[in-house]
Design a protein around this ligand. Structure first.
Ligand code: NAP
Length: 233
């Protein structure tokens, strides 16, 4: 049985991905700041390489080599560019981009050894279009898309696929918190302007991940698979 790690697996999209992969018969461990009570739920800050390595070591001893990684941990940021302090800039880059660097570097030896692996990075639909007042976040998530493409080329010969799923407008605690703070405008108006006429569900992203992780998706790598109800085409 395969072993997957999902970062940000305690909430929203990451939680839905963890549940879906489990339902698909994969051993799933999660990493999050506040991981909850599950047997394979580990506390780690993805920006802390030592904590990531320690969590992966514990997961390997519980579940064996890790050959599936989904990076869903993320941190948003809503500020006019000139109001973004360098500390905030660095923090948003640290969680959304450097966190992905740490987890992928920590897991790749298992995948190379197995001659098989699946990495899915959850980026953001804001990378298609840009997004005002979200510059550090869009910069970090755009870099994740670029990293995805480079690693796909580098590790394809090792049997490892690397893809990104940029979600758009998914009903999660992160989106609800931003909406409550007035950053997203009128949700009903956004739904009315969305081609499929509904808000996205975390399970929509989980379904895309489940496919990209499957055996039959082995010829798909370096791709950015938008899941956004048609808002970005
Ligand atoms: P969410 O419900 O807030 O889930 C994100 C999870 O990541 C939270 O449990 C959070 O923990 C955790 N996390 C944050 N910083 C972390 C760190 N340094 N180390 C470990 N875990 C950390 O948000 P979501 O909407 O499901 O977002 C999942 C991913 O999708 C994110 O990468 C987000 O940027 C991306 N995304 C979401 C949307 C959307 O419409 N919802 C759109 C585009 C992209 P705490 O809650 O304890 O901070």
């Amino acid at each position: 049985m395969k072993t997957a790690v999902v970062t940000g697996g305690a909430s929203g999209i990451g939680l839905a991905i963890a549940r879906r992969l489990q339902a698909d018969g994969i051993h799933v461990a999660t990493i999050d700041l506040n991981p909850g009570d599950g047997e394979f739920a580990h506390a780690a800050d993805v920006t802390d390489r030592g904590a990531v390595e320690a969590a992966f070591t514990a997961i390997r001893s519980q579940l064996g080599p890790i050959t599936v990684l989904v990076n869903a941990a993320g941190l948003d940021c809503f500020k006019r560019f000139t109001d973004v302090s360098f500390d905030r800039w660095q923090k948003v880059i640290d969680v959304n981009l450097n966190g992905v660097f740490h987890t992928i570097q920590a897991v790749l030896p298992d995948m190379v050894e197995a001659g098989w692996g699946r990495i899915v990075n959850i980026s953001s639909s804001s990378t298609h279009s840009g997004a005002p007042y979200m510059s550090p976040y869009v910069a970090a998530k755009s870099a994740v898309n670029g990293l995805t493409k480079s690693l796909a080329l580098e590790y394809g010969p090792s049997g490892i696929t690397v893809n990104a799923v940029p979600p758009g407008f998914i009903d999660t605690p992160m989106l609800r918190a931003a909406a409550e703070r007035g950053y997203l405008g009128d949700i009903d108006a956004t739904i009315a302007a969305t081609p499929v006429r509904r808000i996205g569900r975390p399970e929509d992203i989980a379904a895309a991940c489940a496919f990209l992780i499957s055996e039959e998706a082995g010829y798909i790598t370096g791709q950015i698979l938008g899941v956004n109800g048609g808002r970005n085409t």
